[in-house]
Design a protein around this ligand. Structure first.
Ligand code: FE2
Length: 374
């Protein structure tokens, strides 16, 4: 029943594109200044860079936010017909680019194009007093792109054209690194995008969850986790599966009006501290019933954390063969029920919290129902 191919490196036909890891995630939003305030005060990011009218950029404004190894770029439009304005008009606020750190952006781009990827931006080398940076971008699902970022010869705080911002330091809540970025695609399109990551990027299927793994009384989804060999870039792809009622993935698609990024998972080394701080700052999380914690000791065995404390914050736990993980999911962070965040702490476990899927999806469905979308 469970078709799990955990850590079974399914060999791909093509050599992997050399990617070091996630570089940043870029959002296209309706009001970059205000979104920036939310991620600064709500999530504890420092605001470190800016590009806009004051730096000579006439079409877009972007802020660079940083916390630990996590970097977000928040971009808004300065003109009605700009690509950012059009993206926001159709999708609402959302993720435009999952940017990947590479050693040779031109080579990555040319390899991807030769293998059938669609170009979004040709290689561009820019310089300033801090050095040289090369970027290029290809399309992935929906209007989402992957930007290749080659920054080993650049010493500035983000990229040429950005000016540093001083004094917008928060100190953070312990968000340390992007763990994975999940995409939602249409029904029966998951394998198309799985093949895209196999054939173009040379990634492999790290894990597979079928409708039996991820289903409740009402709705279900299927998911395949695409990964590079080192595991530094994990990109799960979900598609809706047929259920009695509307899949949460379908609700996303109905509002985003295209495939797109569903959630960004950020790793922390102290999930209790991180989530307590986020709660205190007003970030809202999905809740699971108290009964989840009653059966927890039996399900996961001995853990370092105090279960009462986990219950108070709503943090979920899952045990795997190599260890366990703790995770929690925010409510959607946009007006539309689309993008949300996950906070995750891994204690040996390398999976995605399969044991939590049922409790989690029932929680999501309660939210869906409250929106009139179940
Ligand atoms: Fe996740």
């Amino acid at each position: 029943m469970v078709k799990e191919m955990e850590r079974q490196a399914e060999k791909t036909a093509v050599e992997e594109i050399a990617i070091d890891g996630f570089d940043h995630v870029e959002f296209f939003v309706g009001n970059a200044l205000q979104a920036c305030y939310y991620y600064h005060h709500g999530f504890g990011f420092d605001i470190v860079g800016f590009r806009g009218l004051e730096t000579g950029r006439r079409d877009k404004v972007s802020y660079v936010l940083q916390q630990g190894g996590v970097r977000l770029v928040i971009t808004g439009a300065l003109n009605a017909d700009d690509e950012v304005a059009q993206h926001v008009h159709k999708h609402g606020d959302g993720v435009k680019s999952i940017a990947l750190r590479v050693r040779d952006a031109k080579k990555c781009y040319e390899t991807a194009i030769a293998r059938g990827a669609k170009s979004f931006a040709e290689p561009l080398t820019e310089s300033d007093e801090y050095g040289t940076m090369t970027t290029a971008a290809v399309h992935t699902y929906g209007d989402t792109i992957h930007t290749f970022i080659e920054r080993q010869n650049y010493k500035g705080n983000f990229a040429p054209g950005f000016k540093p911002i001083e004094g917008k330091v928060d100190g953070g809540v312990g968000l340390a690194a992007i763990d994975h970025c999940v995409g939602n695609v249409e029904v029966e399109r998951m394998d198309y995008w799985v093949d895209f990551y196999k054939d173009v990027f040379g990634f492999y299927v790290y894990q597979y969850f079928d409708a039996n793994d991820i289903s409740t009384k009402y709705s279900s989804l299927v998911s395949k986790v695409m990964s590079n060999k080192t595991g530094s870039v994990k990109l799960p792809i979900n598609e809706p599966a047929i259920g009695v009622r509307k899949s949460q993935i379908q609700e996303y698609l109905d509002y985003y009006l295209a495939p797109g990024v569903q959630h960004i998972a950020i790793a922390t080394r102290d999930i209790i501290g991180t989530v307590a701080a986020l709660h205190a700052r007003g970030i809202e999380f999905l809740k699971v019933p108290r009964s989840y914690y009653d059966s927890l000791p039996e399900r996961v065995g001995e853990i370092d954390e105090d279960i009462e404390e986990l219950a108070k914050l709503g943090i979920l736990v899952d045990r795997e063969s190599d260890g366990y993980l703790l995770q929690i999911f925010t409510k959607p962070v946009e007006d539309r029920p689309t993008l949300f965040f996950e906070v995750i702490q891994r204690k040996g476990a390398k999976g995605f919290g399969k044991g939590n899927f049922k409790a989690l999806f029932e929680s999501i469905e309660r939210e869906q129902e409250s929106r009139g979308n179940l």
